[in-house]
Write a protein that binds this ligand. Sequence first.
Ligand code: BG6
Length: 493
Amino acid sequence: MSETNAIVIFGASGDLTRRKLIPSLYDLHRKGRLPKNWRIIGVSRSEFSDEAFRDHAEAGVKEFARASYDAKTWREFAKNVSYLQGDLTEFEQLQAVDRHLCEWEEGHGGNRLYYLSIAPHLYEKAVANLGRADMVHETHGWRRVVIEKPFGHDLASARQLNQAVHQVLAESQIYRIDHYLGKETVQNLLVFRFANSLYEPVWNRNYIDHVQITAAETVDVGHRAHFYDGVGVMRDMMQNHVMQLLSLVAQEPPASFQAESLRNEKAKVFSAIRPIRPQDVAKCTVRGQYRTYRDAEGVAAGSTTPTFAALRFYIDNWRWQGVPFYMRSGKALAAKSTEITIFFKRPPHLMFPMPEGDKPAPNRLSICIQPDEGIHFSFQAKVPDTPAEMRTVEMSFHYEESFGALAIPEAYERLLLDVIKGDASLFTRSDAIELSWALIDPILEGWDSKYAPPMNFYESGTWGPSEAEELIAHEGYHWTHGCGNDTEDSERP
Ligand code: BG6
């Protein structure tokens, strides 16, 4: 048999496998992108026959795959899907999984991707067991381990986890997933910035006034309350997804498109961000909780877990000195919208006749990560048939219009393929994880101390507590709401 490629999903009975992993692998198969001789083996503690697991997976594909379900393609795909009951934290059970794989590989070895879709507190033990069972040696084919977020719950635990996995695996075998990096619109940030010559010359403190990054969700914590309570928005969204967006907006051009080069630039940005000291949290951050959060099953009585956060960072380097980066994220907000908006400075002088005190809006570039993926640039245009009246108008790019409705694949599709190809560019390196935690930790520490800002309660379906507006209004700005839909200005007075 030629080289085999096993995709072993640990924690296969969970939601992630059904909603994201299997549908993405199915889409990759449909596009002919999986390598030859591939096989998916689901492993978890639940009892499933192969047949029952395939039915479970099929339902996920019907509901979540990008392209419409096709019975023939499914049958071809399903032939390579099987299930093993087992717990990878139990050494003997893991050995049984290994024996099963060896049989399939017919003793020739083969490539293996181990996907840890398990509870984060089991990562250390799981990786240690993979090592102990001798399942990670790369003598006959590659061995790669995918680790889902959250990677640690603070700097100390992230460090400890990094040390533990490095005892068993080389960094090149570890793929720490942040699914935001698999989003097309996020990857496009680098193309937009560095494959066009127009923006890079003005992408700095001389022309950019401030930057806003919003990751807003309408969903509340719902049935995930057990997981979410005690975690909160800073660990769930800020430390990873939102910080990744910030790094892509703020980083220097990498010299090459190689993983190390790309990841070096990210680490440099994180090291240049000025940490918010615990004693400054009331000045630089806002925290909130939607009013009905404490009613959810799984939330501790009187919980102070934040479901909303807004904050301001500065980056201490030549490019960004003095430019505020405002970031916010929350659950149960008015809209699902992830966007980055760059506000440019005003022209130094305006010679146009204008009513006293009137100022045209400055240029604004809105990068819509989701759901209406695209880019909007707003600028001033002369209103026809007036001497010099101006109005803000917009140039827009929508993925759907330019590339078609189904052009954007599921983020996991790209990420899984990259693991198979051995390209770690879109995965987080150990140093970046730790640097990012080093920026989040002091905020959480401040929120737990006498310096903490009050917990602000907000109504579901709003844009969070009004204090978030005050944080930014203080410097004369206001948050943009809805990519490209907000024509209001955000400016310094
Ligand atoms: C996950 C968080 O990482 O990202 C969830 O744990 C959040 O709480 C989700 O809802 C948001 O992802 P997306 O792709 O829907 O923006």
